[in-house]
Design a protein around this ligand. Sequence first.
Ligand SMILES: Cc1cc2nc3c(=O)[nH]c(=O)nc-3n(C[C@H](O)[C@H](O)[C@H](O)COP(=O)(O)OP(=O)(O)OC[C@H]3O[C@@H](n4cnc5c(N)ncnc54)[C@H](O)[C@@H]3O)c2cc1C
Length: 493
Amino acid sequence: MTRIVILGGGPGGYESALVAASLGATVTVIDSDGIGGACVLTDCVPSKTLIATSETMTNLALAPGLGIRPHGLGSATEPVLPAVAWGMRSGLDSAVPPLTPPEVVSVDPEQVYERVRELAKAQSLDIEHRLEREKVEVVHASGRLVGPHAIETNTGETFVGDVILIATGASPRDLPTARPDGERILTWRHLYDLKEIPEHLVVVGSGVTGAEFASAYRAMGAEVTLVSSRERVLPGEDPDAARVIEDVFVRRGIEVLNRSRAASVRRIGDGVIVELTDGRTVTGSHALMAVGSVPRTKGLGLTDVGVRLGPGGHVNVDRMSRTSVPGVYAAGDCTGVLPLASVAAMQGRIAMWHALGEAVSPLRLGTVSSNIFTEPEIATVGVTQVMKDTGAVAAEVTTVPLSRNPRAKMMGIEDGFVKLFCRPGSGSVLGGVIVAPRASELILSVSLAVEHGLTVDQIAHTFSIYPSLSGSITEAARVLRPRDFFAGFDNPV
Ligand SMILES: Cc1cc2nc3c(=O)[nH]c(=O)nc-3n(C[C@H](O)[C@H](O)[C@H](O)COP(=O)(O)OP(=O)(O)OC[C@H]3O[C@@H](n4cnc5c(N)ncnc54)[C@H](O)[C@@H]3O)c2cc1C
């Protein structure tokens, strides 16, 4: 029987353990911080739980636009809710007063943070129990490689495996001039220990993490300044999608400072001061450092046993998750391949299928879908606008604004779009971008098309519900095949 020892119990580790156990291996998972990993305990799950609250606040803020006048909520022109009607283009913006403390509906920070912590803890326990049910041995300890087949823990035990999987994840990047203190200068892992919603949160970094928290805290009543070193927010994302989000941010009162690099962050009394490299300063009550992550590969003994690391400290792996040492595999954020829970889990599964002699295909990143949980969300899969614009991929593209979608009109949604890329000639769907509320739930049909090589004709021939946001996906497909279909065909409203 093959013995597998896994270092790290996040999605890269626990998903591998489940696969290996189902294939009859003897499996041990060693984890120092809690099963589920940073994904479940501090990063992905907590942030999306917090965003469930902020999303509800956004819906409440937009409710007057749908004719809802809950008692005490005021009228659409005299909003009492902080930021009631913010974000609406319909001329109400000018009627929105500067953000005032919530008077009718407010977030109870302690309850919100407690809910986040409890939900994360419960999910971690659920996963641990599942592992135990599958007869996976779980060891709560910190470990390091002491040979290509052996891991030693800080509790003095040594675990020997035919196969070792490294899945130790990553930690927030620290800037020497902006050291987090956990009280006012924060990483995303400190947020859930706060007692309050920051009065004025200065978010340093406008990548996915920075944008998600800026969006969420603004919706929960904080004043937010977003410091972005680049031309626009979300520099790595679809430029049209990023423009929509930046526009929504500005309309909702987030101060976006583009081309503004933070040089340092310091505490001043009960607040923070962020100094920019051009000499300007921004003050706030709290600063959130969202400047990326570093792999947790230091002190693991990896290079001592011959495991090669990249310049940033990531474990070098191939598409089968193999490292430079036979029998040692790696998965997840420690590899720097693509920092997503779904990718970590897939890398881990591939490693186990490969190690245990199953038929397995190498990891294909071209079909990974990902989502940014701002409001609205941005979901993407496959070929990107940059790939098309640089000629890296030959593609036709069309973009259908949601403002044309009947369901969106009914729901008062004014921002967002569906963009589809297809191969010229064959019409195979190559990728897509959806900017919409719950875009994460809409992208699956595009992902299926990309994964299985469906054509825009096939999508165009598929019934979508009328009226529905997904109707814009079939409409985009029809636009890409205008000879066969009238593009506005099911868009009578
Ligand atoms: C704020 C935020 C939000 C995110 N939201 C999403 C999202 O919505 N969707 C998504 O797909 N991804 C999201 N991600 C990314 C996702 O969290 C990561 O890609 C995922 O956690 C990677 O899984 P992993 O198994 O590689 O590592 P982790 O989840 O970090 O787990 C690694 C585990 O290894 C353990 N470990 C480390 N060193 C040792 C050691 N020496 N000995 C023993 N154990 C050790 C740690 O304790 C940890 O439990 C988000 C990330 C951030 C920062």
